[in-house]
Design a binder for this molecule. Structure first.
Ligand code: ARG
Length: 284
């Protein structure tokens, strides 16, 4: 399968509740029509950037009343053509589980997935947002704390037969691992240390050689630039500070920026607006 991304069109997108500190329903409600139009444009820009980088894009519709479906990274984990469907911590997002299960079912019927499996009852796990496959080290970095439970990494390890490195997230501001951690194709890891506990930072430093470890600044993290999609030598992200573009440029990556402010208003960026469907534990 070519690099394939599931995206959810922002037809029913809005910012209408607050489950993370970035969400601004008041700002959205000042002019919903304008924000929605901007979100549509922003979304089209992301689709284009992914295609230009060599990705195949599968865009599906979300469900009315479930505005955060535009963040399908939280819908599940897909590895080796198996989808492990998410279980959301907050009631506001639990209504996404049924429509996403149906979406995975249709991908299965089309031959894009072999299996759709569920988490054990009572385990919260918010998908690839808290499970980042590292093809260089052949393991998954798994976030827990604000959203996914401490018991989720073991379930992931079991389901996919892989090693996981559990990383506890220290703050509600960086509530999913993908807001503060990005594994690049060349083995570099871009991360934002203040988002992790001391044990978490140690676990990262233990496994990533210093020359491959890039620390994001406060500005990079709050612009949602760590929440990036890397495809070969292109890194797709929200509008970035020049210093980050230079640092990635020195490593041979081209940064493709997309104006994502309508989605940052809900606490999400490029990575969490996508779900990779083609990752394999054995593949390149
Ligand atoms: N409003 C969404 C939430 O709080 C944003 C999710 C962004 N997803 C992510 N993986 N960072 O759940």
């Amino acid at each position: 399968m070519p690099p394939t991304f599931l995206l959810v069109a922002p037809t029913h997108y809005e910012v209408s509740y607050t489950i993370n500190p970035w969400m601004k329903p008041g700002t959205w409600s000042e002019n919903p029509a304008r924000h929605l139009a901007e979100a549509q444009r922003s979304f089209a820009g992301l689709e284009q950037a992914l295609r230009d980088a060599g990705g195949t894009v599968e865009t599906v519709e979300g469900a009315p009343g479930q505005p955060d479906m535009v963040f399908p990274a939280n819908a599940g984990i897909v590895l080796d053509r198996t989808a492990l469907v998410a279980a959301f911590r907050h009631p506001q997002r639990q209504g996404e589980e049924a429509p996403f299960t149906a979406i995975f079912g249709r991908l299965h019927d089309r031959g894009l997935l072999d299996r759709v499996v569920r988490l054990p009852q009572g385990v919260f796990q918010e998908g690839a947002g808290d499970c980042i496959w590292d093809r260089t080290r052949r393991l998954a970095w798994t976030g827990y704390g604000p959203r996914s439970g401490h018991d989720a990494p073991a379930v992931i390890a079991d389901t996919f037969g892989i090693d996981t490195v559990p990383l506890e997230l220290a703050t509600e501001r960086f509530y999913h691992l993908d807001t503060c951690f990005c594994a690049l194709p060349g083995g570099e890891v871009l991360f934002y240390p203040p988002a992790f506990t001391a044990d978490g930072v140690r676990a990262i430093r233990d496994r990533v050689a210093p020359e491959l470890l890039l620390e994001a600044s406060d500005e990079d993290a709050s612009r949602f630039c760590v929440n990036a999609v890397a495809l070969d030598r292109t890194v797709v992200m929200a509008q970035a500070a020049p210093a980050l573009k230079d640092r990635l440029g020195d490593r041979g990556y081209a940064v493709r920026e997309v104006e994502l402010s309508p989605f940052i208003l809900s606490g999400g960026g490029a990575y969490c607006m996508t779900l990779r469907l083609d990752l394999s534990t054995g593949g390149a």
